[in-house]
Design a protein around this ligand. Structure first.
Ligand SMILES: [Zn+2]
Ligand SMILES: [Zn+2]
Length: 1207
């Protein structure tokens, strides 16, 4: 700031001295000697500008300002700044206000900048021109941007009264900052005004000029001057070969016939490229010395500037229209080059829209994605600059910049997640800078810095349409947010893609992009895009894009799954009436204890794609997908029925569009009865387990180079090159569960804690191999050839991470890094584990896999011949694993361990304080066998929670289950510690419930495995018994008068539910069967409509229980309450009436479980009386069936029930 008055003279002196030194060093022409006149001119110029601001604080010199050289700015000015010599403080304050509230104004420095304005980069001899502008002094040069360039300024020395300096942004590899020149520069020496031409300049106006082009074959066209109004200005196109732009001149005041007359002029002389900055649409210009030239590869000609051409503003008094003679002066209609040979892509016509071409002037209000060229304009429009080359503009772009967009495309409702209209410039229209921003550039995130060349690739090489481009940019942002910077670096993820070094980002999008925009061979032709009418460019036509995929973070996906699972949890839907009405409360709550939903990608809008890095958890032993937001457990299969075996998949990036998001719901509830199912208060505890399951065959798997994981990976030390390994063939794997281990020998006082672990058994294949330069060396000879090579490997601690990759029948290489230790893999026995499992497994040696050891999958083909004997073994194990039913129930009663593949039919859970247990009901066998035997499998602690994927509909291989026999002689199975479960396939996404087979009853008496469930058309011969009762929902004891009669302790909740059962004798002409119907099926069996059934049950409420048994003619009654004659009479009449004894279609299942091992009753002899003759015949035991559904036979005349008309 200004010093006080007394010091003024001396400080002015000091300022002047400093100024003179600076000017001499930095500004004076180097080839001249000390030039006092020059120095004085510069100081005078500074003085004039300083005094012009009015409030100069009493000093005639700007003492608070100091001169700055270009080099000083470049090397010392690390922060953006601005300097306004001609502005007062209040003027600056007003200006700075414009940056707020969303931005920070550029801080003000008091610097004086003087330099030469030039379009020549470098010095005269070596410099080149490409249309850029620079400020130059003796110390160097800096790129600059200027609004409204006057061509006469070039090459002159100026004082810049108002400017800002922006140091290079992080993305800017050139490392050069730039200047933004706010006001017109003030010349240090008066500019010489070139006098106008002495004689009026002969010019052609556009209409004649364009006719001349068409008739050039008939006339030799001389160099001409063209005059007209600038009506179109293209972008400055820079290719490897050359740079150029095209402008169009139109008539000054067009008449109707001239309305469309315009003439295009190509400017491609390097020294003239700077004109692009001086041209202003709407103004009239004269371009001199133009010649006609044909554009290579095109059938039409254009006007082109020559090296001697000049650009000047049109002043009517200085020009004169050139008189030409010839036939071409007659007007003709074919005036414009028209596009003839471009083919529209075959798109569905109705979906394509045309964008609108318009001019627009607006202010940038936001930077959406700078490398991708996406900005926000005036708070409501999107702006996409990617279809132009916008490098030069990019450094200027920030909120507050004012732009004039020539011939910009307006695209509305582009879809793909973009909601607002988008303006996008192709090469036809220039983007003109109309105002700088007073805001300081914001700090840029890595996402805002990298990727420019990848985005360019999407537009220029992949030729994406704008909707697809906007989606791809958004998708890359989503993916970068998921994966960077913890899993990958931004610059690695968004790097330019080349065949040798593909960009991971693009690889992840490729499946979608390939489907929606197959790589096209045609490249954009800038000349056509600018010149041809009608206009054709990538932005001209577009179709609204349905968002193909979004890439949610794993945490979002899991949260969404959880949210949907609980939103759709409705006990009334899980337990629909009428079934729920007959369930006592304990059954009701068990049925609600476990349920699941499966969400395919299509369940989301837009569909979701799953992306994450595959990791194996060393804490849980499961596989997980991981991104920055967290991890999500997953169940993977290589493909159908094929487990994951290759540990190299760890660390790979996985992307799939086909997956199932599974949410398992565990609920602990105490609903007293079905009536309260709508009330949420009875849910005590609820929790969800979320995971995804998919086939790797459906996924894109991208290995992530190691350097990506850790940018500063330790250099390969000698020890990492060392190592030893040994091959083993895996024959059995046991469950991953908590087992007791002594953690170490030294600390015996510690109580052994259950540790998560698993064992595998197998045998060594050959001896230990040492690492050599290329691969593994030959196996060491075995010390004892005859010794059994069986081994038990124990995985505990972080080595449980290998669990998902180890499968019987596969050969693995166990690798121990570091220097070779003799007999590392030959530890005899183990002190860490008891000897018993070893004995059980029949293994000689037992080895604990160390945390740092790794596993590799070996394919059997790659192994030398010495392994020949083991190949056969591995093959048989594979068939054992994946093969058909190896579980023959009746034959293997004695063998307590069984293995089989089965489809899970249902899963129920007991989830109480007392007992936690999961029951799986499975259908054993392969899918192609018609009738599948069923079996129950129980999973209890410590095997809870069950492994992932044990879902109804899934096919699973169960290995070494323990077989048990219940008191009722049914076989069931239990998990034990040796059990190993492998999911073979996931539940189908759409379950088509096949209709039950329609059979004759006699078919059930043949063969060992009849259908378990079927349908038969049969006739009800008689009712054998009928029981109707009301029981306590809590304790299920009978409730006469609606009250529970249980004594000590009496039930506190008095809710009663009805129960019913009926036994019918049916026959279908081939056999007889006894059918038991329960609960609401009784109503159907009796042919009662719902109202009749409800009223009947109400009559029973008072006695509590009514039992009828029919033994021959007449009914014998047994009841817990007083006999109500009319009721019994009614029931008796009903049960013997044709409305019950009628033909029906019966769906049933066998009452006797297929897993029941008691031998079937043999046929017995029965005596019949046929008239006088007694007959003795062999009769099969009567079939016993349980009713699943009774439907009226279509043959029965009264199919609506006994009293249908009364309902
Ligand atoms: Zn266009
Ligand atoms: Zn009770």
């Amino acid at each position: 700031m200004a010093a006080c008055g007394a010091q003024a003279p001396s400080s002015e002196q000091a300022w002047l001295e400093a100024a003179q030194t600076f000017i001499q060093e930095s500004l004076c022409p180097t080839d001249k000697e000390l030039n006092v006149q020059f120095t004085q001119s510069v100081i005078d110029c500074v003085k004039t500008v300083w005094l012009s601001q009015g409030k100069y604080q009493g000093f005639t010199l700007p003492l608070s300002y100091s001169f700055v050289s270009v080099q000083n700015l470049r090397t010392h000015q690390r922060l953006p700044c601005c300097s306004h010599l001609s502005w007062s403080s209040s003027a600056y304050q007003t200006w700075a206000q414009k940056a707020r509230p969303n931005g920070v104004p550029l801080p003000r420095e008091r610097l004086l900048l003087v330099g030469t304005l030039t379009d020549l980069s470098g010095d005269l001899e070596q410099g080149s021109r490409n249309g850029s502008l620079y400020v130059k002094d003796n110390t160097g040069m800096l790129g600059c941007e200027l609004i409204d360039l006057d061509l006469s300024w070039l090459g002159h020395l100026f004082l810049f009264p108002s400017w800002s300096y922006l140091p290079p942004a992080r993305w800017n590899s050139s490392g050069e900052g730039h200047l933004e020149l706010w006001e017109a520069p003030v010349p240090v020496f008066p500019l010489t005004v070139s006098p106008g031409p002495l004689t009026p300049l002969p010019v052609l106006y556009p209409e004649i000029a364009s006719r001349l082009l068409r008739h050039r074959s008939k006339f030799r066209v001389e160099q001409q001057n063209l005059a007209g109004k600038l009506i179109q200005l293209s972008a400055l196109v820079k290719s490897k070969k050359k740079a150029y732009f095209i402008l169009s001149l139109g008539e000054l005041s067009p008449t109707i016939s001239q309305a469309i007359s315009h003439v295009s002029i190509i400017v491609q002389i390097p020294a003239q490229l700077v004109w692009h900055r001086a041209l202003c649409p709407g103004k009239a210009y004269v371009l001199t010395q133009l010649r006609v030239s044909r554009i290579r590869g095109h059938h039409y000609c254009v006007w082109m500037t020559s090296p001697s051409s000049h650009l000047m503003l049109l002043e009517p008094e200085c020009v004169q229209e050139l008189e030409l003679e010839g036939p071409f002066l007659e007007a003709d209609s074919k005036s414009l080059p028209t596009s003839s040979n471009f083919q529209d892509k075959k798109e569905p016509k109705g979906l394509m829209r045309d964008s609108r071409l318009l001019h627009y002037t607006g202010t940038v209000t936001g930077v959406l994605n700078e490398p991708a060229g996406l900005y926000e304009l005036d708070g409501q429009l999107g702006l996409c600059l990617a279809y132009q080359q916008f490098h030069d503009l990019r450094r200027v772009m920030r909120p507050g910049v004012c732009l004039e967009l020539q011939d910009v495309h307006l695209l509305q409702s582009v879809g793909g997640g973009t909601t607002r209209p988008v303006l996008a410039s192709c090469l036809r229209g220039a983007i003109l800078l109309r105002g700088f921003s007073c805001q300081k550039p914001g700090t840029q995130s890595s996402l805002q810095t990298h990727g420019a060349s990848l985005y360019e690739q999407l537009v220029w090489e992949r030729q994406l349409s704008l909707p697809l481009y906007l989606w791809a940019v958004k998708a890359l942002e989503e993916l970068a947010c998921k994966l960077c910077p913890h899993l990958l670096r931004h610059h690695q993820f968004l790097q330019h893609s080349s065949p040798r070094n593909p960009s991971l980002g693009l690889q992840l999008l490729a499946p979608t992009l390939d489907a929606l925009a197959p790589p096209s061979r045609s490249i954009r032709n800038a000349h056509k895009e600018i010149l041809e009418e009608p206009h054709h460019c990538p932005l001209q036509k577009y179709a609204q894009l349905q968002t193909p995929y979004s890439f949610p973070t794993l945490a979002t996906l899991a949260e969404e799954g959880r949210h949907r699972a609980w939103a759709s949890f409705d006990p009334k839907v899980l337990l629909p009436l009428p079934e729920a009405a007959y369930l006592p409360c304990c059954q009701l709550n068990h049925r609600l204890a476990w349920s699941w939903i499966c969400l395919p990608p299509a369940a989301f809008h837009p569909p979701q794609a799953l992306v994450g890095v595959l990791v194996a958890s060393s804490h849980k032993g499961c596989l997980q997908l991981r991104d920055r937001s967290g991890s999500l457990s997953c169940l993977l299969l290589a493909k159908h029925s094929q487990p994951l075996t290759d540990p190299q998949l760890i660390g790979c990036l996985v992307r799939t569009e086909k997956f199932q998001l599974v949410v398992e719901r565990d609920v602990r509830s105490n609903f007293p009865s079905w009536k309260e199912l709508g009330m949420t208060g009875f849910i005590q505890k609820q929790q969800a387990r979320v995971y995804v399951q998919f086939f790797l065959a459906d996924a894109l798997i991208l290995p992530v180079p190691r350097s990506f994981h850790h940018s500063s990976a330790p250099p390969q030390t000698e020890s990492t090159c060392l190592g030893q390994s040994r091959l083993f063939l895996l024959s059995h794997k046991e469950a991953l569960m908590k087992r007791n281990f002594c953690t170490s020998l030294g600390t015996t006082s510690e109580v052994p804690k259950p540790t998560l672990s698993f064992h595998v058994s197998g045998c060594w294949l050959g001896g230990t191999q040492k690492k050599e330069r290329i691969g593994w060396g030959p196996p060491e000879p075995l010390t004892d050839e005859n010794k059994d090579q069986k081994v038990l490997l124990i995985f505990l601690g972080s080595s449980v991470r290998w669990f998902e990759f180890l499968h019987p029948g596969e050969i693995y290489r166990l690798v121990a890094p570091g220097p070779a230790t003799p007999k590392l893999f030959e530890v005899e026995g183990s002190s860490c584990t008891s000897q018993r499992p070893l004995e059980l497994a029949g293994c000689v040696s037992c080895l604990t896999v160390q945390d740092e050891w790794t596993l590799e999958l070996e394919s059997a083909q790659d192994l030398p011949d010495m392994l020949g004997i083991h190949k056969a073994l591995s093959g048989s194990l594979l068939t054992d694993l994946l093969g058909a039913n190896v579980f023959l129930l009746p034959c293997s009663v004695t063998d307590s361990l069984v293995s089989f593949s089965a489809e899970i039919l249902s899963r129920t859970v007991w989830n109480t304080e007392v007992r936690r247990c999961v029951k799986l009901t499975v259908a054993i066998g392969t899918a192609d066998s018609e009738f599948l035997p069923r079996l129950d499998i129980y999973i209890e602690d410590p095997h809870l929670p069950p492994p992932l994927g044990l879902l109804p509909g899934a096919r699973v291989h169960f290995n070494q289950l323990e077989k048990r026999i219940s008191r009722s002689h049914n076989v069931y199975c239990c998990f034990r510690s040796s059990t190993y479960v492998q999911v073979l396939s996931f539940p189908p996404e759409t379950t088509v419930s096949a209709p039950l087979p329609h059979i004759y009853l006699a078919e059930l008496q043949q063969g060992t495995w009849g259908p378990f469930q079927a349908t038969a058309s049969c006739h009800v011969i008689s009712v054998v018994s009928l029981q109707l009762l009301w029981v306590c929902a809590h304790c299920t004891s009978v409730c006469p008068q609606g009250r529970c009669i249980r004594q000590g302790p009496a039930c506190s909740i008095q809710t009663s539910i009805s129960q019913a059962s009926i036994r019918l004798l049916v026959e279908d002409g081939t056999a007889e069967a006894m059918v038991t119907c329960r609960n609401y099926h009784v109503a159907a069996a009796l042919g009662l409509c719902p109202n009749e059934w409800t009223s009947l049950l109400e009559f029973i409420r008072k006695p509590g229980r009514v039992v009828l048994k029919f033994t021959g003619p007449g009914a014998q009654l047994e009841s817990s309450a007083k006999i109500e004659e009319p009721l019994i009479l009614y029931l008796h009449t009903l049960c013997t009436s044709p409305s019950v004894l009628r033909p029906v279609v019966l769906s049933f299942e066998l009452e006797r479980k297929p897993s029941n091992i008691t031998p079937l009753e043999p046929p017995r002899l029965q005596r019949f009386q046929c008239g006088e003759l007694p007959l003795l015949t062999r009769v099969n035991p009567r079939l016993r069936l349980a009713c699943l559904c009774i439907q009226e036979s279509s043959e029965h005349p009264n199919s609506q029930g006994a009293f249908a008309s009364s309902c």
